[in-house]
Write a new protein. Structure first.
Length: 192
């Protein structure tokens, strides 16, 4: 029907429909803007996190994205990581990946699993791993968080060696050695 032949009521109805469509378009544009801002916040938080983070395909363990902290820890740049598997860059071994996947399948997530990883220079770093599975665009991915506990482990080992030395000295000394606290209570006395 031509616009000339339309009744006033029909034209008013079409105008109201156009206004409603315009409101829907404006609402969709606002929602898109909010979604875009939310995605940008997440991306910045992910990339700039001070904790090493990685997003990999669950099927192959292929890196989709990693945080800057991950790159710094591993001594690699983004081009050397993205698109490669965690095993192909020497980050973990096939056996370690099997352990992670087994834990994931058993519990649905990995929580505080301690493993050593290798940097580009071959340095071994101790990590505490946490992983969750997520689905994005019908694909399954793993979000991995690694806390670098290398320095803590080294301090624990140094303390254990020091304690062992102290124990050997006190057990083999011919004289009596005693530790007394400030209240005069004996804390330790060498065996006789």
């Amino acid at each position: 029907m031509k616009d000339d032949a339309k009744t006033k009521r029909q034209l008013i109805n079409e105008l109201n429909e156009l206004r409603a469509s315009a409101v829907d378009v404006q609402s969709s544009a606002e929602e898109f803007g909010q979604l875009k801002a939310s995605n940008e916040k997440f991306l910045k938080a992910f990339l700039q996190s001070s904790i090493p983070l990685g997003l990999t395909t669950i099927k192959e363990g292929r890196f989709v994205d990693v945080s800057d902290a991950f790159l710094g820890l591993m001594g690699r740049n983004r081009d050397q990581v993205i698109g490669n598997t965690s095993r192909s860059i020497g980050f973990i071994t096939e056996e370690q990946r099997s352990i992670l996947i087994r834990e994931l399948n058993l519990k649905g997530r990995v929580e505080n699993l301690e493993m050593q990883v290798k940097t580009k220079d071959g340095e071994l770093r101790d990590g505490l791993f946490n992983m969750v599975m997520m689905t994005l665009s019908n694909e399954k991915y793993l979000l991995t968080v690694m806390t670098d506990i290398t320095e803590r482990k080294r301090a624990e080992e140094a303390l254990a060696k020091s304690e062992e030395k102290f124990r050997l000295i006190t057990e083999n000394i011919l004289d009596c050695v005693a530790l007394v606290d400030t209240s005069g209570t004996y804390q330790y006395v060498t065996p006789s």
